[in-house]
Ligand binder design. Structure first.
Ligand code: SF4
Length: 334
């Protein structure tokens, strides 16, 4: 495997299709703080528009159904099936996993074409997870959902050779000290890869920053300590969305990165400047919003970054983080 800069440079494009007007969790750090806007924007994603996006972007490495809670959208299996027929190789869903607790539904999604599940879970105990998502039944359902996908993998590995199960755990001041327990718990459930996502300092994570956001340095140090003590020869744990200059002590294999993604929204709702606005052929009322648009509007670098070996790969530091904590913990890597 090449180093982190090489992997970032070779990232394939992932299409995000934002279909969920609502969510049945209420996460303390949710980036989608404006629920009313999300309901309008994602609610506008009609089957015709989804079809137009899928057709416009066929050939992309991955299509991911996300935003709000996509499993609450009745058409999700149909969208997965279209994606399969259009030739998308990786068809994923980013979910809180609660609906996957119904085995028949989980099976239906997999049979329709979903072959990668990214399930969000923020603790190894009901107490820790519930404190993050603020829904009392969520932990039990999410854990059962993970178990069900793991069981589908086990039951027919030859029929579904590419079914993968990843989890996403948002690192906060509350679960930081429990990385080892969370990792052991998730691997014990049958999870292939455990991603530890550092918060983006936007939305509710910006609102609750002081209570929730550990420093990058603290997160990197704790993650390194967890790896050293883990006991597995190569833990399947990855730390994602943290400036690379704070993670130089972490072996490269475990340094993850945020995908290069694009999603579409109805025109007129964008609060940020779009670098290259573009619409799908059959849905001119939509506009593409890319990862680069978000980074350009909300992250920063400073002149010293030009001397950093990661300058090309690095997307910069969230402005909302720098406003509170400044540049002290970041420095160019020779
Ligand atoms: S470019 Fe700047 S922020 Fe990015 S890793 Fe290097 S020093 Fe850190």
């Amino acid at each position: 495997m090449t180093d982190i800069s090489g992997r970032i440079a070779r990232r394939q494009e992932r299409i995000h299709v934002a279909i969920g007007p609502t969510c049945n969790n209420n996460c303390l750090f949710c980036m989608e703080e404006d629920r009313a806007s999300r309901e309008v924007v994602n609610g506008a994603m009609t089957p015709d528009r989804v079809r137009a996006i899928l057709e416009a972007r066929r050939g992309a490495e991955e299509v991911c159904f996300t935003s709000g809670e996509p499993t609450l959208v009745a058409e999700l299996p149909r969208y997965a099936n279209w994606s399969k027929k259009l030739g998308y190789r990786r068809i994923s869903v980013m979910t809180n996993g609660r609906r996957l607790a119904h085995l028949a539904y989980a099976e239906h999604l997999a049979a329709s074409g979903v072959n990668c599940f990214y399930v969000s879970i923020h603790g190894h105990t009901a107490k820790l997870h519930t404190a993050a998502v603020r829904e009392p039944e969520a932990f039990e359902q999410t854990v059962q959902g993970i178990r069900n996908i793991a069981a589908l993998k086990q039951a027919a590995p030859s029929a579904r050779p590419s079914l993968t199960l990843h989890t996403s755990t948002v690192v906060t001041t509350r679960n930081l000290a429990h990385m080892q327990e969370i990792y052991a718990f998730l691997r014990g459930l049958g999870v292939d890869q455990c991603v530890l996502n550092v918060m983006q300092a936007n939305g509710r994570a910006h609102t609750h920053f002081e209570q929730l956001f550990p420093s990058y340095t603290e997160i990197a140090r704790t993650f390194k300590g967890f790896l050293d003590a883990c006991g597995e020869p190569q833990p399947q744990a990855f730390l994602v969305d943290i400036p690379l200059c704070t993670t130089t002590a972490i072996p490269d294999f475990h340094r993850g990165y945020v995908e290069k993604y694009v999603h579409y929204e109805p025109k007129g709702f964008q609060e940020i400047e779009l670098l290259t606005p573009e619409a799908p052929d059959h849905a001119p009322e939509l506009v593409a919003v890319t990862r680069a648009d978000l980074d350009h509007a909300r992250r920063q670098k400073r002149p010293e970054c030009k001397a950093c070996r990661y300058d090309t790969a690095c997307e910069g530091v969230w402005t909302n983080y720098l406003t509170r904590r400044g540049w002290a913990e970041f420095g160019p890597v020779a």
